[in-house]
Design a binder for this molecule. Structure first.
Ligand SMILES: O=C(O)CCC(=O)C(=O)O
Ligand SMILES: [Fe+2]
Length: 237
């Protein structure tokens, strides 16, 4: 039997992950979700009662494929991931603010952060399940849904690369000020996750830290079906 999910999150090598976030801006997680949990989440996709909205990505020219935003109450796995990852990432977010000469702004618990979102009229849950079939892709974008946003998000790939789908790599593009952009291609095992910045990150320069702008997306799925779970911490307007 695996440990309960909350415990698995607490047992992640946080020191190493924090280091990776500071050094490269993102951190690849080992498989956190078990194959059965991935299947359980994939199975929710067909059940309207779990979702508040369904987006056809081609209609908005976001890419091709479909995603659905969960509604409250979130499925327990999704709630536990959102609550479990927030406190460590709030520490990183506050450290990054300090590096950039800003006040540490993120409260230690998700509930306090969500209360702030709600005060700004952002009360709709943002965790989402994405489904891509052969030919689908996700254009480079940022997920901001109002004035208040949390600077990290986490994505979990629920399908198995090479057996359930081919292609469909996660893309992270870093736009450096007055310089060419840098791309990262990240392949995730089933149940594994990636922590990445929502919008920007601090980079050490000759005269202190400067910001680079990040966008993420997914390359074309060439075969099969790829499901992923996006954990966004701020709620939407
Ligand atoms: O499907 C993916 O890997 C990326 C999904 C995404 O855009 C997100 O989680 O914000
Ligand atoms: Fe996204």
């Amino acid at each position: 039997m695996a440990e309960p999910l909350t415990k698995r999150i607490a047992l992640l090598p946080w020191e190493q992950l924090q280091h990776s976030l500071d050094e490269q801006g993102f951190a690849v997680l080992p498989p956190v979700l078990q194959p059965e949990e991935c299947q359980e989440l994939i199975a929710t996709y067909r059940e309207d009662r779990f979702f508040r909205a369904t987006i056809n990505m081609a209609r908005y020219r976001f890419g091709s494929g479909e995603y659905r935003y969960y509604q409250a109450p979130l499925p327990p796995i999704v709630e536990q991931l959102r609550e479990g990852f927030y406190p460590e990432l709030a520490k990183t977010a506050n450290r990054w603010n300090t590096l950039l000469g800003q006040q540490p702004a993120y409260p230690p618990s998700l509930s306090a952060f969500l209360a702030r979102c709600h005060e700004h009229g952002q009360a709709r849950p943002t965790p989402l399940l994405l489904k891509y079939e052969a030919g689908s892709y996700n254009c480079l974008h940022q997920d901001m849904y109002g004035d208040v946003f949390f600077p990290f998000q986490v994505v979990f790939v629920l399908s198995q690369q090479e057996s359930d789908f081919c292609g469909g790599q996660f893309l992270l593009i870093e736009q450096r000020p007055r310089a060419q952009s840098r791309g990262h291609v990240i392949t995730l095992e089933q149940g594994a996750g990636l922590i990445f910045p929502t919008a920007y990150r601090p980079v050490a320069g000759a005269r202190g830290y400067y910001k680079t702008t990040l966008r993420h997306g997914v390359s074309t799925i060439t075969q099969g079906t790829r499901y992923s779970l996006g954990i966004i911490f701020h709620d939407a307007k």
